[in-house]
Write a protein that binds this ligand. Structure first.
Ligand code: KG4
Ligand code: ZN
Length: 352
Protein backbone atom coordinates (compact mmCIF):
# COMPACT_ATOMS: atom_id res chain seq x y z
CA UNK A 1 0.00 0.00 0.00
CA UNK A 2 1.28 3.40 -1.00
CA UNK A 3 2.13 5.68 1.88
CA UNK A 4 2.44 8.95 0.01
CA UNK A 5 -0.08 9.80 -2.71
CA UNK A 6 0.15 12.87 -4.88
CA UNK A 7 -3.27 14.01 -6.18
CA UNK A 8 -3.81 16.11 -9.29
CA UNK A 9 -7.08 17.79 -10.32
CA UNK A 10 -7.55 19.83 -13.52
CA UNK A 11 -11.08 18.94 -14.68
CA UNK A 12 -12.43 22.50 -14.83
CA UNK A 13 -11.05 25.86 -13.69
CA UNK A 14 -9.09 24.91 -10.57
CA UNK A 15 -5.50 23.73 -10.89
CA UNK A 16 -4.87 21.69 -7.79
CA UNK A 17 -2.34 19.31 -6.27
CA UNK A 18 -2.38 17.58 -2.90
CA UNK A 19 -0.24 15.22 -0.86
CA UNK A 20 -1.70 12.53 1.39
CA UNK A 21 0.58 10.79 3.84
CA UNK A 22 -0.02 8.06 6.35
CA UNK A 23 -1.33 4.70 7.27
CA UNK A 24 -3.96 2.72 5.48
CA UNK A 25 -7.16 3.76 7.25
CA UNK A 26 -6.79 7.46 7.66
CA UNK A 27 -4.23 9.31 5.59
CA UNK A 28 -3.31 12.85 6.62
CA UNK A 29 -3.58 15.76 4.25
CA UNK A 30 -0.01 17.07 4.31
CA UNK A 31 -0.20 19.58 1.45
CA UNK A 32 -2.91 21.14 -0.69
CA UNK A 33 -2.67 23.90 -3.28
CA UNK A 34 -5.73 25.14 -5.18
CA UNK A 35 -5.21 27.77 -7.84
CA UNK A 36 -8.52 29.19 -9.05
CA UNK A 37 -8.27 30.55 -12.57
CA UNK A 38 -9.35 34.17 -12.59
CA UNK A 39 -9.32 34.52 -16.34
CA UNK A 40 -12.88 33.17 -16.78
CA UNK A 41 -14.53 35.86 -14.65
CA UNK A 42 -14.68 38.44 -17.44
CA UNK A 43 -16.36 35.90 -19.72
CA UNK A 44 -19.06 34.99 -17.19
CA UNK A 45 -18.20 31.28 -17.41
CA UNK A 46 -15.36 28.85 -18.02
CA UNK A 47 -13.70 29.12 -21.45
CA UNK A 48 -12.33 25.60 -22.09
CA UNK A 49 -9.33 26.60 -24.20
CA UNK A 50 -8.22 29.18 -21.64
CA UNK A 51 -8.66 26.64 -18.84
CA UNK A 52 -6.35 24.14 -20.58
CA UNK A 53 -3.70 26.79 -21.19
CA UNK A 54 -3.84 28.01 -17.59
CA UNK A 55 -3.51 24.43 -16.25
CA UNK A 56 -0.56 23.85 -18.53
CA UNK A 57 1.37 26.85 -17.28
CA UNK A 58 0.48 26.47 -13.59
CA UNK A 59 0.42 22.73 -12.90
CA UNK A 60 4.17 22.05 -12.45
CA UNK A 61 4.49 24.89 -9.92
CA UNK A 62 1.27 23.85 -8.16
CA UNK A 63 2.59 20.29 -7.74
CA UNK A 64 5.94 21.58 -6.47
CA UNK A 65 4.20 23.84 -3.96
CA UNK A 66 2.01 21.02 -2.64
CA UNK A 67 5.09 18.84 -2.14
CA UNK A 68 6.95 21.71 -0.45
CA UNK A 69 3.96 22.28 1.86
CA UNK A 70 4.12 18.61 2.80
CA UNK A 71 7.89 18.92 3.35
CA UNK A 72 8.50 16.12 0.88
CA UNK A 73 10.55 15.65 -2.23
CA UNK A 74 9.07 14.03 -5.32
CA UNK A 75 11.19 10.95 -4.53
CA UNK A 76 8.98 10.31 -1.46
CA UNK A 77 5.83 9.89 -3.56
CA UNK A 78 4.61 6.31 -4.02
CA UNK A 79 1.67 6.90 -6.34
CA UNK A 80 -0.03 9.60 -8.40
CA UNK A 81 -3.85 9.91 -8.41
CA UNK A 82 -5.33 12.07 -11.14
CA UNK A 83 -8.82 13.11 -12.23
CA UNK A 84 -9.53 11.14 -15.39
CA UNK A 85 -13.01 12.60 -15.96
CA UNK A 86 -15.66 13.80 -16.32
CA UNK A 87 -14.89 17.42 -17.15
CA UNK A 88 -13.46 19.56 -19.93
CA UNK A 89 -11.42 17.18 -22.02
CA UNK A 90 -8.57 19.60 -22.78
CA UNK A 91 -8.33 20.56 -19.11
CA UNK A 92 -8.40 16.92 -17.97
CA UNK A 93 -5.77 16.02 -20.52
CA UNK A 94 -3.24 18.39 -18.98
CA UNK A 95 -3.54 16.68 -15.58
CA UNK A 96 -3.64 13.15 -17.00
CA UNK A 97 -0.60 13.64 -19.24
CA UNK A 98 1.37 15.32 -16.46
CA UNK A 99 0.49 12.58 -13.95
CA UNK A 100 1.38 9.86 -16.44
CA UNK A 101 4.71 11.47 -17.26
CA UNK A 102 5.59 11.87 -13.57
CA UNK A 103 4.61 8.30 -12.72
CA UNK A 104 6.25 6.78 -15.79
CA UNK A 105 9.51 8.68 -15.43
CA UNK A 106 9.71 7.96 -11.70
CA UNK A 107 8.44 4.36 -11.95
CA UNK A 108 5.57 5.12 -9.58
CA UNK A 109 2.01 3.80 -9.40
CA UNK A 110 -0.77 5.62 -11.21
CA UNK A 111 -4.51 5.68 -10.57
CA UNK A 112 -7.18 7.52 -12.56
CA UNK A 113 -10.04 8.88 -10.43
CA UNK A 114 -13.62 9.82 -11.27
CA UNK A 115 -14.18 13.45 -10.29
CA UNK A 116 -17.53 12.76 -8.56
CA UNK A 117 -16.06 9.85 -6.60
CA UNK A 118 -13.52 12.41 -5.42
CA UNK A 119 -16.35 14.65 -4.19
CA UNK A 120 -17.88 11.63 -2.45
CA UNK A 121 -14.65 10.94 -0.56
CA UNK A 122 -14.07 14.58 0.48
CA UNK A 123 -15.73 14.30 3.93
CA UNK A 124 -13.57 11.22 4.68
CA UNK A 125 -10.50 13.51 4.65
CA UNK A 126 -11.68 15.13 7.87
CA UNK A 127 -13.79 12.34 9.31
CA UNK A 128 -11.92 9.03 9.63
CA UNK A 129 -15.04 7.33 10.98
CA UNK A 130 -17.12 8.05 7.91
CA UNK A 131 -18.10 4.72 6.36
CA UNK A 132 -20.92 3.33 4.24
CA UNK A 133 -23.72 2.50 4.17
CA UNK A 134 -24.99 6.02 3.56
CA UNK A 135 -27.01 8.11 1.18
CA UNK A 136 -25.02 10.71 -0.75
CA UNK A 137 -26.19 13.88 -2.41
CA UNK A 138 -23.50 15.11 -4.80
CA UNK A 139 -24.25 18.56 -6.15
CA UNK A 140 -21.82 20.35 -8.42
CA UNK A 141 -21.76 22.54 -11.51
CA UNK A 142 -22.15 19.54 -13.80
CA UNK A 143 -23.92 16.88 -11.72
CA UNK A 144 -26.78 16.33 -9.31
CA UNK A 145 -26.62 12.75 -8.04
CA UNK A 146 -28.54 11.07 -5.28
CA UNK A 147 -26.77 7.80 -4.48
CA UNK A 148 -27.32 4.80 -2.28
CA UNK A 149 -23.80 3.84 -1.16
CA UNK A 150 -23.85 0.38 0.45
CA UNK A 151 -20.02 0.25 0.32
CA UNK A 152 -17.20 2.46 -0.97
CA UNK A 153 -17.00 1.81 -4.69
CA UNK A 154 -20.57 0.48 -5.00
CA UNK A 155 -23.07 3.08 -6.06
CA UNK A 156 -26.77 2.76 -6.77
CA UNK A 157 -28.22 5.69 -8.60
CA UNK A 158 -31.45 6.79 -6.97
CA UNK A 159 -31.88 9.94 -9.01
CA UNK A 160 -30.10 12.52 -11.14
CA UNK A 161 -31.15 15.73 -12.80
CA UNK A 162 -33.24 15.66 -15.96
CA UNK A 163 -31.87 19.00 -17.10
CA UNK A 164 -29.67 21.53 -15.29
CA UNK A 165 -27.39 20.50 -12.43
CA UNK A 166 -28.03 22.24 -9.10
CA UNK A 167 -24.81 24.30 -9.34
CA UNK A 168 -25.61 25.18 -12.94
CA UNK A 169 -28.98 26.53 -11.77
CA UNK A 170 -27.18 28.68 -9.17
CA UNK A 171 -24.81 29.97 -11.86
CA UNK A 172 -27.57 30.71 -14.39
CA UNK A 173 -29.77 32.46 -11.86
CA UNK A 174 -26.78 34.49 -10.68
CA UNK A 175 -26.35 35.67 -14.27
CA UNK A 176 -30.05 36.58 -14.45
CA UNK A 177 -29.62 38.60 -11.27
CA UNK A 178 -26.57 40.37 -12.66
CA UNK A 179 -24.12 38.63 -10.32
CA UNK A 180 -20.77 37.29 -11.43
CA UNK A 181 -19.41 33.79 -12.01
CA UNK A 182 -19.38 31.48 -10.12
CA UNK A 183 -22.90 32.20 -9.00
CA UNK A 184 -23.36 29.95 -5.97
CA UNK A 185 -21.39 31.97 -3.43
CA UNK A 186 -22.93 35.26 -4.66
CA UNK A 187 -26.48 33.87 -4.44
CA UNK A 188 -25.79 32.59 -0.94
CA UNK A 189 -24.49 36.02 0.12
CA UNK A 190 -27.47 37.90 -1.30
CA UNK A 191 -29.97 35.32 -0.04
CA UNK A 192 -28.76 35.95 3.51
CA UNK A 193 -30.14 39.53 3.22
CA UNK A 194 -33.35 38.45 1.50
CA UNK A 195 -36.87 38.34 2.86
CA UNK A 196 -38.21 34.79 2.36
CA UNK A 197 -41.80 36.05 2.02
CA UNK A 198 -41.32 38.45 -0.91
CA UNK A 199 -41.18 35.90 -3.74
CA UNK A 200 -42.11 32.27 -4.02
CA UNK A 201 -40.83 29.87 -6.67
CA UNK A 202 -41.99 26.36 -7.62
CA UNK A 203 -40.29 23.30 -6.12
CA UNK A 204 -39.96 21.12 -9.25
CA UNK A 205 -40.63 17.39 -8.68
CA UNK A 206 -40.25 17.79 -4.92
CA UNK A 207 -43.09 15.51 -3.97
CA UNK A 208 -42.27 12.58 -6.22
CA UNK A 209 -39.33 10.17 -6.39
CA UNK A 210 -35.65 10.97 -6.53
CA UNK A 211 -35.11 12.79 -9.80
CA UNK A 212 -34.45 16.49 -10.12
CA UNK A 213 -35.32 19.22 -12.59
CA UNK A 214 -34.13 22.80 -12.24
CA UNK A 215 -34.68 24.38 -15.64
CA UNK A 216 -38.31 25.38 -14.93
CA UNK A 217 -37.23 27.06 -11.72
CA UNK A 218 -34.66 29.06 -13.64
CA UNK A 219 -37.40 30.17 -16.07
CA UNK A 220 -39.61 31.20 -13.14
CA UNK A 221 -36.77 33.39 -11.85
CA UNK A 222 -36.31 34.85 -15.33
CA UNK A 223 -40.01 35.85 -15.41
CA UNK A 224 -39.76 37.43 -11.97
CA UNK A 225 -36.63 39.36 -13.02
CA UNK A 226 -38.41 40.66 -16.12
CA UNK A 227 -41.45 41.65 -14.06
CA UNK A 228 -39.35 43.51 -11.49
CA UNK A 229 -39.32 47.29 -11.75
CA UNK A 230 -36.37 47.54 -9.38
CA UNK A 231 -33.90 44.67 -9.59
CA UNK A 232 -31.53 46.39 -7.19
CA UNK A 233 -34.21 46.26 -4.50
CA UNK A 234 -35.52 42.78 -5.38
CA UNK A 235 -32.17 41.02 -5.92
CA UNK A 236 -31.67 39.67 -2.37
CA UNK A 237 -35.32 38.58 -2.14
CA UNK A 238 -35.15 36.78 -5.51
CA UNK A 239 -31.88 35.11 -4.49
CA UNK A 240 -33.48 34.04 -1.21
CA UNK A 241 -36.62 32.60 -2.84
CA UNK A 242 -34.56 30.76 -5.46
CA UNK A 243 -32.15 29.32 -2.90
CA UNK A 244 -35.03 28.29 -0.61
CA UNK A 245 -36.69 26.44 -3.52
CA UNK A 246 -33.54 24.58 -4.63
CA UNK A 247 -32.49 23.63 -1.11
CA UNK A 248 -36.01 22.49 -0.21
CA UNK A 249 -36.08 20.15 -3.22
CA UNK A 250 -32.57 18.80 -2.56
CA UNK A 251 -33.14 18.16 1.13
CA UNK A 252 -36.65 16.73 0.67
CA UNK A 253 -35.26 14.08 -1.69
CA UNK A 254 -32.28 13.39 0.55
CA UNK A 255 -34.66 12.88 3.47
CA UNK A 256 -36.87 10.58 1.36
CA UNK A 257 -33.83 8.44 0.48
CA UNK A 258 -32.66 8.33 4.11
CA UNK A 259 -36.11 7.20 5.27
CA UNK A 260 -36.38 4.58 2.51
CA UNK A 261 -32.94 3.07 3.12
CA UNK A 262 -32.98 3.37 6.89
CA UNK A 263 -29.33 4.48 6.75
CA UNK A 264 -28.08 6.57 9.66
CA UNK A 265 -25.64 8.71 7.65
CA UNK A 266 -26.09 11.18 4.80
CA UNK A 267 -23.17 12.65 2.88
CA UNK A 268 -23.23 16.01 1.10
CA UNK A 269 -20.58 16.70 -1.52
CA UNK A 270 -19.69 18.88 -4.49
CA UNK A 271 -19.36 22.65 -4.87
CA UNK A 272 -22.98 23.35 -3.90
CA UNK A 273 -22.29 21.62 -0.57
CA UNK A 274 -20.18 24.72 0.26
CA UNK A 275 -23.56 26.36 0.84
CA UNK A 276 -23.91 26.65 4.63
CA UNK A 277 -27.69 26.90 4.44
CA UNK A 278 -27.83 23.55 2.61
CA UNK A 279 -25.80 21.84 5.33
CA UNK A 280 -27.88 23.47 8.07
CA UNK A 281 -31.20 22.57 6.45
CA UNK A 282 -30.09 18.97 5.89
CA UNK A 283 -28.95 18.64 9.52
CA UNK A 284 -32.22 20.12 10.73
CA UNK A 285 -34.51 17.93 8.59
CA UNK A 286 -32.52 14.75 9.24
CA UNK A 287 -32.18 15.37 12.95
CA UNK A 288 -32.98 12.12 14.77
CA UNK A 289 -32.80 10.20 11.48
CA UNK A 290 -29.23 10.45 10.25
CA UNK A 291 -26.08 12.42 10.84
CA UNK A 292 -24.99 14.68 8.01
CA UNK A 293 -21.36 14.44 6.90
CA UNK A 294 -20.07 17.36 4.91
CA UNK A 295 -16.50 18.51 4.30
CA UNK A 296 -15.23 22.05 4.89
CA UNK A 297 -15.87 24.36 1.91
CA UNK A 298 -12.25 24.19 0.75
CA UNK A 299 -12.58 20.42 0.32
CA UNK A 300 -16.06 20.57 -1.26
CA UNK A 301 -15.09 22.86 -4.10
CA UNK A 302 -12.84 21.27 -6.71
CA UNK A 303 -9.53 20.22 -5.17
CA UNK A 304 -6.89 17.53 -5.50
CA UNK A 305 -7.13 16.32 -1.88
CA UNK A 306 -10.43 14.57 -2.60
CA UNK A 307 -8.91 13.01 -5.74
CA UNK A 308 -5.92 11.76 -3.75
CA UNK A 309 -8.30 10.37 -1.09
CA UNK A 310 -10.45 8.45 -3.59
CA UNK A 311 -7.27 7.25 -5.31
CA UNK A 312 -5.87 6.18 -1.94
CA UNK A 313 -8.90 3.97 -1.44
CA UNK A 314 -8.64 2.35 -4.86
CA UNK A 315 -4.86 1.85 -4.56
CA UNK A 316 -5.52 0.16 -1.22
CA UNK A 317 -7.71 -2.34 -3.03
CA UNK A 318 -4.84 -3.10 -5.39
CA UNK A 319 -6.23 -1.14 -8.33
CA UNK A 320 -3.82 0.58 -10.72
CA UNK A 321 -4.16 2.41 -14.02
CA UNK A 322 -1.81 1.57 -16.84
CA UNK A 323 -0.06 3.88 -19.32
CA UNK A 324 -3.09 3.84 -21.62
CA UNK A 325 -5.01 5.99 -19.08
CA UNK A 326 -6.80 8.69 -21.07
CA UNK A 327 -8.89 11.74 -20.21
CA UNK A 328 -12.62 11.10 -20.65
CA UNK A 329 -15.06 14.02 -20.73
CA UNK A 330 -17.99 11.68 -20.07
CA UNK A 331 -16.37 9.09 -17.81
CA UNK A 332 -19.06 6.94 -16.16
CA UNK A 333 -18.91 6.58 -12.38
CA UNK A 334 -17.17 3.25 -11.66
CA UNK A 335 -19.33 0.81 -9.75
CA UNK A 336 -22.54 2.62 -10.66
CA UNK A 337 -25.68 0.57 -11.00
CA UNK A 338 -28.41 2.67 -12.52
CA UNK A 339 -32.01 2.05 -11.65
CA UNK A 340 -34.87 3.10 -13.89
CA UNK A 341 -37.26 2.53 -11.08
CA UNK A 342 -35.65 4.37 -8.17
CA UNK A 343 -37.64 2.36 -5.63
CA UNK A 344 -36.04 -0.85 -6.85
CA UNK A 345 -32.62 0.60 -6.14
CA UNK A 346 -33.32 0.67 -2.45
CA UNK A 347 -32.77 -2.50 -0.55
CA UNK A 348 -35.20 -3.56 2.05
CA UNK A 349 -33.64 -2.08 5.22
CA UNK A 350 -34.65 -5.27 7.06
CA UNK A 351 -32.39 -7.33 4.82
CA UNK A 352 -29.20 -5.72 6.11
O1 KG4 B 1 -17.79 20.84 -7.58
P1 KG4 B 1 -17.55 22.17 -8.15
O2 KG4 B 1 -16.55 23.08 -7.49
O3 KG4 B 1 -17.17 22.08 -9.67
C1 KG4 B 1 -17.77 21.12 -10.49
O4 KG4 B 1 -17.40 19.93 -10.36
O5 KG4 B 1 -18.69 21.52 -11.20
O6 KG4 B 1 -18.96 22.91 -8.16
C2 KG4 B 1 -19.09 24.18 -8.69
C3 KG4 B 1 -20.51 24.63 -8.49
C4 KG4 B 1 -20.79 25.95 -9.19
O7 KG4 B 1 -21.97 25.79 -9.94
C5 KG4 B 1 -20.96 26.92 -8.04
O8 KG4 B 1 -21.85 27.97 -8.31
C6 KG4 B 1 -21.50 26.02 -6.95
O9 KG4 B 1 -20.78 24.83 -7.09
N1 KG4 B 1 -21.29 26.60 -5.62
C7 KG4 B 1 -22.28 26.94 -4.79
C8 KG4 B 1 -21.67 27.53 -3.66
N2 KG4 B 1 -20.32 27.52 -3.85
C9 KG4 B 1 -20.10 26.95 -5.06
N3 KG4 B 1 -23.61 26.81 -4.91
C10 KG4 B 1 -24.36 27.27 -3.88
N4 KG4 B 1 -23.86 27.88 -2.77
C11 KG4 B 1 -22.52 28.02 -2.62
N5 KG4 B 1 -22.03 28.62 -1.53
ZN1 ZN C 1 -16.41 19.27 -8.86
Amino acid sequence: MAEVVLGIETSCDETSAAVLVGERRHPELAGLVILSQDVHKVFGGVVPELASRAHLSALPAVVDRALAEAGLAWSAVDAVAVTQGPGLVGALLVGVVYAKALAYAGDRELIGVHHMEGHLFAPALEDPDLAPPFVALLVSGGHTLLLDVPAWGRYRLLGATRDDAAGEAFDKVATLLGLGYPGGPAIERFAAQGDPGRFSFPRPMRDEGYEFSFSGLKTAVLRAVRASDNLERDRPHLARAFQDAVLDVLVTKLERAVRATGYRTAVLGGGVACNRTLAQLAAQRLSGLARVAVASPRLNADNAAMIARAGWHRLGLGERSDWTLDARADLPLPGLESAHNPQSAIRDPQSR
